[in-house]
Design a protein around this ligand. Structure first.
Ligand SMILES: Nc1ncnc2c1ncn2[C@@H]1O[C@H](COP(=O)(O)OP(=O)(O)OP(=O)(O)O)[C@@H](O)[C@H]1O
Ligand SMILES: [Mg+2]
Length: 264
């Protein structure tokens, strides 16, 4: 059965894109059929997948426009591309225009859901990378998702904003998508040698650990991540021994073992 997972945090630079890229890769290596959806106008995820052999004509922005205009959607082969064992839907800066239009469109929260639902039979996991805001794009992603992963970078301001995010998710559950669950908080860029990181991790566990799963595996901070991103590779593909890459493989295994029992 397919699980659609949104990776969301309105705070920028907490490793949403890096997590989608690496979880998708690891799930693919573990034999799962994976689709990664770039739903951020910055199109960072797209940049990490696209190489010279891929020509991108239709992006998620075009598909969203068709959905908004109630037009027939393009054939999926026109906008779903493959990179190794992972399929992806690219984004582009035009998605920011879509975002502006979504603000004026009534009942538009389910447009992405309508695009992804027919793809469920093709995949075990659909991962959605979101933009750093709680605007209409993220709301569309959360409305399409069975669960949400919240990456957190354990810096001083990490937990600020988490309350707004959880409130938004609970509102979406009440008003639009009753099935959405919390898949878990994922600690990224961790340096457990520092007291600050230990304190923030303890703080998050205390504040959210009772109601929300926190992934057992924390992603260590590693220079390899930036290097791999630069070459459009997953970390583990870039360096088989990278601790961050191995950590993402463990997260992928946790995701598979979570199955459909994400907690509320
Ligand atoms: N484990 C890590 N160790 C070191 N650097 C990391 C790690 N994870 C991510 N980074 C770096 O942190 C930066 C932000 O990562 P990323 O782009 O994935 O965040 P994001 O949440 O998607 O950002 P945005 O909110 O802008 O979409 C990137 O430069 C990335 O290479
Ligand atoms: Mg990003």
């Amino acid at each position: 059965m397919c699980k659609i997972i949104a990776v969301a945090n309105q705070k920028g630079g907490v490793a949403k894109t890096t997590s989608v890229r690496n979880m998708a890769y690891s799930l693919g290596e573990l034999g799962k059929r994976v689709l990664a959806v770039d739903f951020d106008p910055q199109a960072n995820l797209t940049a990490s997948f696209v190489d010279d052999s891929t020509s991108v004509h239709i992006t998620i922005a075009d598909v969203m426009n068709k959905a908004m205009d109630e037009e027939e959607l393009p054939n999926k082969v026109e906008y779903i591309h493959s990179h190794g064992k992972v399929d992806f839907i690219p984004s582009s800066i035009h998605l920011s225009v879509v975002e502006a239009n979504l603000r004026m469109e009534m009942g538009s929260e389910k447009l992405l859901s309508n695009i992804l639902e027919p793809l469920r039979d093709d995949y075990d996991f659909i991962l959605i990378d979101t933009n750093p805001s709680l605007g209409p794009l993220t709301i569309n992603a959360l409305s399409a998702a069975d669960s949400v992963i919240i990456p957190i970078n354990p810096e001083y301001y990490a937990t600020m904003g988490l309350t707004d995010l959880t409130k938004t998710i609970l509102k979406i559950r009440k008003r639009i998508n009753p099935g959405i669950q919390f898949e878990g908080i994922l600690m990224t860029m961790c340096d457990m040698q520092t007291n600050l990181h230990k304190e923030v991790c303890a703080e998050v566990t205390e504040a959210y650990g009772n109601g929300m799963k926190i992934f057992k595996m924390q992603i260590p901070r590693s220079i390899r991540v930036g290097e791999a991103n630069r070459y459009g590779m997953s970390v583990i593909d870039f360096d088989r021994k990278s601790k961050a890459g191995l950590a993402y493989s463990e997260v992928a295994k946790e995701l598979i073992s979570n199955g459909n029992k994400a907690n509320s």
